[in-house]
Design a protein around this ligand. Structure first.
Ligand code: ADP
Length: 814
């Protein structure tokens, strides 16, 4: 497809311009001819015919419509300056116009003139195309000159070569120079003072070199090429092509006037040297311009790609930030919701669990009711575990769970875990064995609470899912083959004095925890599921005992310790769960004081202590009050911080237990007030809150509180904190003895007449009748309630024989 520079490549040129061109082109042609003539040898031979280049450029810039103007221009000048015969003039003009037309056509056809100096490929094509059409003009033109008598036929060959080379040289240096001026200026070339200075310097250097070469007679013409190369690198196409023209003009002028090293005895030889110089200078500069341009374009493309990439990265980052923000907000909302929900649930649970604990120690409760209270306590605890688990999981999901490592006594810790699990195993009548390697370090630095949570979950599952056989718990240091195992089945709990001295030397021993059971096992398909939240597999009756959250949490906690929980299991045979964690050794550890588990605190030694409870919820105050009053504390209450302050100054309590969030004045503000007063610098203040946020605990401690007691309140934990802060020595009483004695003391036995039916039912081992008869007796009189409760408790345990023996002693022989 033919390329039209006028319509496609350049901006719109109005037809008026063509009319102007018809006037301007002949005028310029005239000037150029005059200039060429001035630069010709005495015999009229000129090394370059500038009009040829000018015409081709006109076609490329203005289109083929300027051909008539060119023809006109040729006619006028040829007839007025060169040829005698009009017919020859017309033919010469036609031939010249044809030459121009062919050149223009070929360049338009094969090169996009706008990009002539922008691609090295275009420069190459240009060099290949421009020698074609002058073949025609020089062949016919010189022949017509001979016919006209301007040139002799003997000099045809010489004249042909000069015409041919002169046309090529003209097109070569003039076309690119004119085209560049009709293009948009290159944006990267800016007219700064520095650029102007540099260009002036370049021009000066060209003039100096030209002067030395042409006037000084030194053969330095080719030294003109380096400044041109410089211009190609440092300036745009316009400047470089202009300089090419200037350099060539100097070279032509110098040579024609007999200066420089191109001067040879033969004019033809001189011309040949000069024309080859013109071509070398122009070609070198143009090729360089094209390469520099390609390089710049490649750089620009690269920069554009980089910018686009940066832009895309920025957009993507912004999108990700937005998504993260949305996710964080959603997570935050979820966490807040869960935290608030858990706070709301904990408050009533505080009442339930608190009173369950108080009632458990009450001496006036019959065994059946006591069992009911135990169940309330267990259910409450279960609910609390569930709330805590959900909260843990949401913390993990919101990536807010962090480990809180401390130095602690590892062996005592393991012993504690074993104690909890052994009781459960005993209740299920399965064996529970533990092996602790002799190489285990005494103290480690780890998150004791989280490690205990994981172990109790794995051990709890093992016991829960095992009905026959038992559970083996192994803890060992990895990589030490000669570790001696201590079989813990018969072993007594370790006390501080019995602790083995380990000779373990490593700084961060890797410890393997393994829990093996002979229980129901898990199928390979189930193994994939069990670590997902709320996933439970196997028999449904066991599922009811759990939540399906334990393993999900344990896995995440172990992941925080940089490890994974592994499982091997065979359905029907049992499972092995294990994980390996590196723990730093601990040099110092504190042993957590304990309150004897099996004994009930019934009082404390020394004077009566005053405790002030500040809480806006009456049920919370009531729980603590009941717990503490029953063991001899003098308890006072306040329903907000302000009231708390008044009571504190009025009563001078030995210890204050305060809630955090309260109307009028919160616990933190109250603590700060108290701490600023000299009388309350050392009075212990315990914060008791259902808040699950760690920062609340920290805030409380920063405000001057001494301890934090989570709600729902654990009686043991409360007593422990009181013991710590008030240096108390507890007085214990055994709960079981206490209750049995109380029951016996109050039990009123019905008359033997009333007991006959019951006795007979017991002898028949008819549980339903025993129960019905007992209830009948109970309804006879409220005073028989304790008796009835005792019998019903025995019924629950199927102790029918014991019932018969018991009643027999109260029935008269008749
Ligand atoms: P759950 O509260 O139900 O015990 P977990 O997340 O701790 O929740 O356990 C998920 C499920 O994995 C359990 O419901 C049980 O089906 C299975 N599982 C866990 N440990 C064992 C085990 N030792 N033997 C058999 N099944 C187990």
């Amino acid at each position: 497809m033919q390329k039209s520079i006028t319509t496609k490549k350049f901006s719109f040129v109005p037809d008026r311009t063509i009319l102007i061109a018809a006037l301007v082109i002949p005028a310029i042609h005239f000037c150029l001819v005059k200039w060429a003539v001035s630069m010709s040898y005495e015999n009229g031979v000129t090394p370059i015919w500038p009009s040829s280049g000018f015409y081709v450029a006109c076609i490329l810039v203005l289109g083929y419509r300027v051909l008539p103007a060119i023809f006109l221009s040729e006619l006028i000048i040829n007839i007025s300056l060169f040829y005698k015969y009009p017919a020859i003039t017309i033919v010469v003009s036609i031939v010249n116009v044809l030459d121009i037309l062919i050149s223009g056509f070929l360049i338009n056809r094969f090169i996009n003139p706008r990009n002539l100096l922008k691609r090295s490929g275009n420069v190459f094509k240009f060099i290949m195309l421009i020698p074609i059409s002058p073949l025609l003009s020089s062949t016919f033109g010189v022949a017509l000159q001979c016919l006209d008598g301007i040139t002799s036929w003997t000099a045809y060959g010489e004249a042909w070569r000069i015409w041919y080379c002169g046309t090529i040289a003209s097109v070569l240096i003039i076309v690119p120079a004119i085209l560049t001026w009709f293009q948009k200026p290159e944006p990267q070339i800016q007219l700064t003072w520095q650029a102007i200075g540099e260009f002036t310097l370049l021009l000066l250097s060209l003039i100096i070199i030209s002067r030395i070469a042409f006037l000084g007679g030194y053969p330095l013409e080719y030294m003109l090429i380096p400044p041109l190369i410089w211009s190609a690198f440092r300036f745009g196409q316009r400047q470089a092509t202009l300089l090419v023209i200037i350099v060539n003009a100097i070279a032509i002028y110098g040579t024609i006037h007999g200066f420089g090293s191109f001067i040879k005895p033969s004019v033809n030889e001189s011309l040949l040297l000069l024309q080859s110089f013109i071509c070398v200078v122009a070609l070198t500069t143009f090729v360089l311009l094209a390469v520099v341009n390609e390089n710049k374009r490649a750089q620009a493309k690269l920069k554009k790609a980089k910018d686009e990439l940066e832009q895309r990265v920025q957009e993507r980052t912004a999108e990700l930030k937005e998504a993260k923000l949305a996710a964080d907000t959603a997570n935050q909302a979820k966490s807040e919701f869960l935290a608030n929900m858990s706070h709301e649930l904990r408050t009533p649970l505080n009442g339930i669990l608190g009173y369950a604990q108080i009632l458990q120690t009450s001496p006036n409760i019959a065994e059946k009711e006591s069992k009911g209270i135990d169940i309330i306590h267990q259910c409450g605890k279960h609910l609390l575990t569930l709330i805590n688990d959900i909260l843990d999981l949401s913390k993990i999901e919101a990536r807010k769970m962090e480990l809180d490592p401390k130095d602690f006594h590892f062996l005592l810790f393991l012993q504690g875990v074993v104690e909890i699990c052994r009781i459960r195993a005993e209740q299920k009548r399965i064996f529970f064995i533990y092996h602790f390697s002799d190489e285990l370090p005494n103290g480690i630095y780890a998150d004791e609470k989280r490690l205990r949570q994981v172990l109790i979950n794995l051990l709890g599952n093992a016991i829960k899912f095992t009905d026959e056989g038992g559970v083996t718990f192994k803890v060992e240091v990895i990589g030490n083959r000669e570790s001696v195992m201590r079989n813990g089945k018969e072993q007594l709990p370790i006390t501080n004095s019995q602790l083995p001295i380990t000779n373990y030397q490593l700084q961060n021993p890797k410890i393997r925890f393994q829990i093996e059971d002979t229980g129901v096992g898990i199928t390979p398909q189930q193994i994939e599921k069990i670590f997902l939240p709320f996933e439970q597999v196997g028999k449904t009756e066991k599922q009811a005992e759990g939540t399906g959250l334990g393993l999900a949490i344990s896995r995440k906690v172990v992941a925080l310790m940089n490890s994974v929980i592994e499982v091997q299991s065979q359905p029907g045979k049992g499972s092995i769960f294990w994980f390996e964690v590196e723990f730093p050794l601990a040099e110092e550890w504190t042993e957590t004081p304990k309150i004897a588990q099996q004994k009930t605190v019934i009082g404390f030694e020394g004077k009566k202590r005053k405790i002030l409870i500040v809480d806006d919820r009456w049920e919370n105050r009531s729980v603590v009050e009941s717990l503490l009053k029953s063991i001899g504390f003098e308890v006072f209450e306040a329903s907000n911080g302000e009231e708390g302050l008044d009571k504190a100054f009025q009563l001078q309590p030995d210890l204050i237990i305060t809630d955090l969030a309260m109307p009028v004045m919160d616990g933190i503000a109250m603590t700060k007030h108290l701490r600023s007063h000299v009388d309350f610098q050392d009075v212990p203040i315990i914060v008791s809150s259902a808040s699950v946020f760690d920062f609340h605990r920290q805030q409380a401690l920063d405000a001057g509180c001494d301890d934090f007691l989570p709600k729902p309140i654990e009686a043991q934990e409360l007593l422990l904190q009181l013991q710590n802060h008030l240096q108390l020595t507890w007085i214990y009483g055994n709960k079981d003895e206490f209750i049995t004695n109380a029951v016996e003391a109050e039990m009123i036995i019905p008359s033997s007449l009333e007991l006959v039916e019951l006795y007979q039912a017991a002898q028949r081992c008819d549980v339903a009748d025993i129960e019905a008869e007992t209830r009948r007796i109970q309804q006879l009189d409220a005073k028989y309630t304790v008796f009835a409760n005792n019998i019903l408790a025995l019924v629950d345990d199927f102790e029918v024989e014991a019932i018969a023996t018991f009643i027999q002693s109260y029935i008269l022989p008749q």
